[in-house]
Design a protein around this ligand. Structure first.
Ligand SMILES: [Zn+2]
Length: 293
């Protein structure tokens, strides 16, 4: 699944191929979009923007192609003739004199005017894009403290695109590990230090994933993984998809859990559940000092 870093990197490639060039051929698989084929052909692409996980390909004359990849959507770009070899279901082909961009495996797309983009239901409900270089740690911290978001569990919040756009399932686990927080806690229950750590990790992990092609661990761990000739998936993330493997920080076995149908991964030692010792100790002591049977 594409998360913000993957969408942004793909958008850079789409820009290199498409921006400044007129489209020489536009093909849509869905009947509802067929009428736009002649309308879009011949128009120059002026920009490729991203909003969280969505793409907006902007064309001259105020028309835009909106695409949300959902779980499986995927662009493949070609500068050579010939179609990509893939079993995926083709949805859109955009061609110009330099090459072609093929979109596969999503149904969420539309041709929109500038006004429709500005009013679009998904786009207008998005929170700040975590990969927008202008978004600061202070803004992210304020978002966690916002009464609309603070009472929700961190696992819920981090997948809510209205909270912050661009974070998905692997980044959720990785951010919470780097902040050393138990995933089922709520922002409103965190100490100021924990909140600051969470805001810092949210920004740092997202930007690292964008720069390091989805890798969320530190460069030192990547270097060590390469030196040991491990497979990239074995040193790509702190905890995501590392169930039962040793934590890079403490050596404990990483755990896999599920909430609301989505899996998350955590270290039980680095991310301990809220301290239950006091509340548990009281009834135990009471029972011990009670009348013997
Ligand atoms: Zn650990």
């Amino acid at each position: 699944m594409s998360e913000g870093p993957e969408v942004r990197r793909k958008a850079e490639k789409l820009r290199e191929l498409l921006v400044g060039e007129p489209l020489t051929e536009v093909a849509f698989v869905f009947d509802r979009l067929k009428a736009f084929e002649p309308e879009l052909t011949g128009r120059r692409v002026t920009a490729v923007d991203t909003f969280g996980k969505a793409y907006v390909v902007r064309l001259e004359g105020g028309l835009n192609l909106y695409v949300h990849p959902k779980m499986f959507g995927h662009w493949i770009l070609r500068v050579r003739p010939g179609m990509p070899k893939t079993d995926r279901a083709l949805r859109i082909a955009l061609k110009n004199r330099k090459g072609a961009a093929y979109l596969y495996s999503t149904n969420d797309m539309a041709v929109l005017t500038d006004e429709e983009v500005a009013r679009h239901k998904y786009l207008t409900q998005l929170g700040p894009d975590i990969l927008d270089p202008e978004v600061t740690e202070a803004q992210v911290l304020a978002r966690y403290q916002d009464p609309r978001f603070a009472p929700k569990r961190l696992t819920t919040l981090l997948l809510d695109q209205g909270f912050l756009a661009g974070i998905g399932n692997y980044m959720r686990s990785e951010i919470l590990f780097e902040a050393r927080l138990y995933p089922l806690r709520r922002a409103c229950d965190l100490s100021p230090d924990e909140l600051a750590r969470l805001a810092q990790a949210t920004v740092a992990v997202s930007r690292r994933a964008f720069e390091a092609r989805g890798m969320t661990v530190t460069p030192a761990i990547v270097a060590e993984g390469k030196r040991l000739k491990l497979k990239p998936w074995d040193y790509r993330h702190w905890v995501f998809k590392r169930e039962a493997k040793p934590c890079y920080a403490c050596g404990a076995a990483i755990e896999r859990h599920e909430t609301e149908g989505r899996r998350y991964f955590m270290c039980p030692v680095c991310q301990p559940a809220e301290k239950l010792s006091i509340t548990l100790a009281e009834p135990l002591r009471t029972r011990a000092s009670g009348p013997s049977v």
